[in-house]
Ligand binder design. Sequence first.
Ligand SMILES: *Cc1c(COP(=O)(O)O)cnc(C)c1O
Length: 379
Amino acid sequence: MNSKIWLSSPHMGGNELKYIHEAFEKNWVAPLGPNVNGFEADLEGFLGNDSHVTALSSGTAALHLALISLRVQADDVVFCQSMTFSASANPIAYVCAKPVFIDSEPDTWNMCPESLREGLTASAAAGKLPKAVIVVHLYGMPAKMDEITAICNEFEVPLIEDAAEALGSTYKGRNCGTFGEMSILSFNGNKIITTSGGGALVSKNRGYKDKALFLSTQARDEAPHYQHSEIGYNYRLSNVCAGIGRGQMEVLNERVAARRKNHDFYVDLFKDLDGVDVFTEPNTDYFSNHWLSAITVDPAKAGFTREDLRMKLLADNIESRPLWKPMHLQPVFKGAGYYGNGVSENLFENGLCMPSGSNLEPVHFQRIGTVVNRMMSMS
Ligand SMILES: *Cc1c(COP(=O)(O)O)cnc(C)c1O
């Protein structure tokens, strides 16, 4: 059996262990310390735009704290992009609010501005606007931020930006992760850089950072004893894990370049086949980190389905995966509201994420190319 080719696996830069050793030498083996502060400073430097960063134990925790900071409560409504990983929507349930899902548009596969407007118009008419809108940059592709920001401003609903997959992506030259009232990042093992597990809350507003620091360390009031007037959480990032993050920040730009080269490889691989589209930026306003390279297959034109290709890759021990299943189709969110036109359903039906690690080697590309070329020559 050939060795496994993963969809996206961790890729260390080399200096991660140096920072971990420092943590051990100085005995900062705790959820605070120089690596946590250093990692936050690295991210703030990278993101620019006066970003304040709070390093947390996961991207999911960051979204949870964002909703709490916006005072989202039981029976409030939160709009969320339907086509995404469940971690974008689960925190809505943590605060006992009601998710309403918004469909995608075909250019960026992200939140459709028209469906968002339709949903907000209906909510305003019913006298109950959502407390927040959660937009996602899927697979690193920036969403239509001008349109979405303008609509949220018009209805005065705060925008939370889920940039978990989009560190290193830009929209009109500005970093993803700096558009929202609050934004979140993830450093899970499969993301473009990793801390093994981790995340961050980002905001221009220093007050949100202070609030996140307070909530993520058990909401301790100022007092010599332990005193609490709010429910707290244990969501701060470990100083050991933050050491991995500092090493990874040194190679982030290289990781973006490598993932973008993966995308170029797939564009070239599928260029002669009519029925396969490689997911690409609509124009130069959009710069994707191409965290995952994805394709859509039109079976009528290609002569094979997404599943045919996935199974052929699997037979050679190559991992690929269908696109995110939209949240409005998930059993756990049955009965939730939805505005849209079936765009995300269609993407889910025909889309496939291809191996996209920044650590893929020529021999891996060769194997992927062989399977795909065989598939195409048979169709
Ligand atoms: C990975 C991911 C998250 C969650 O991040 P964790 O750090 O794994 O909790 C949230 N949203 C999206 C879109 C993601 O891909």
